[in-house]
Design a protein around this ligand. Sequence first.
Ligand SMILES: Nc1ncnc2c1ncn2[C@@H]1O[C@H](COP(=O)(O)OP(=O)(O)O)[C@@H](O)[C@H]1O
Ligand SMILES: [Mg+2]
Length: 282
Amino acid sequence: MTAVANGPIAGSVPSGRRVVLENISQCYTTDSGDTVHAVSDTSITVESGEFVCIVGPSGCGKSTLMDMLAGFLTPTQGTVTIGGERISGPGQDRGVVFQQPNLYPWLSVRKNVELGLKLRKIPASVRRDEAKRYLEMVGLEQFMDRKPYELSGGMQQRCQIARVLANDPEIILMDEPFGALDALTRERMQVELLQIWRKRKKTVFFITHSVEEAIFLGTRVLVMSARPGRIILDETINISDENGSPLGAELRSAPEFVRLRDKVSTAIYEAQGVTGMSPAQH
Ligand SMILES: Nc1ncnc2c1ncn2[C@@H]1O[C@H](COP(=O)(O)OP(=O)(O)O)[C@@H](O)[C@H]1O
Ligand SMILES: [Mg+2]
């Protein structure tokens, strides 16, 4: 990625706000009238600039937690506040990267990335430059004038990520964003995302199935229990790859990395009710 030359675009929401989830629960009522208790009595305080990775068994309520942070869902109980203000719905301060790409099919790749900036009345020349910069970052500069259907699923996902980053939100919410990418692209995107986070000091919430990805990216890893989800491990990650290789290969094999990976993996296995086995035995 080229150096980030511009500061945040004028009109961005000021940074520095703390995110607090207080005694959050979420129950769904299914079509047949059953109640599904997805998230249970969860409290999390996240300081501005933290990179929080959330892992846990399938169906434990990770996406539900993210939807409450995004403001798509109101908690059944508890509150979500940002900078002390209770959120009442989605907002420009939060950018959401979904599991599946959600591009507008009638717009070109570039126009998809520019859309949020256009809605904020950012001048066309600035929009173009920003879109180009983020599309270069995700390796899609050759595809700027294509339509989404001409791109593979992984490329569409990279476009979605470029679109969210171009909007320069204060808080980035990512729900298994790299799940559909091949291994090499995934590692490259991890490194790019870390570089952006270091330069822009965003607050990031990042859901992943990969324990390694969580430890590589996060300053903090939260492990959720099986449904109803609650936080069973809150681990601060204190490793850095200051002098590391381009894809962090050295970091990923460092003793502290391996120790954390085993600790987090063990917590997930225990959350699934599997005890007495080391992760290596699975
Ligand atoms: N709209 C919904 N209505 C009913 N149940 C739901 C709904 N959304 C999610 N669930 C259920 O809530 C639980 C948590 O879902 P989800 O948050 O998507 O988990 P995760 O992202 O950890 O896989 C699951 O059992 C899921 O089936
Ligand atoms: Mg999910």
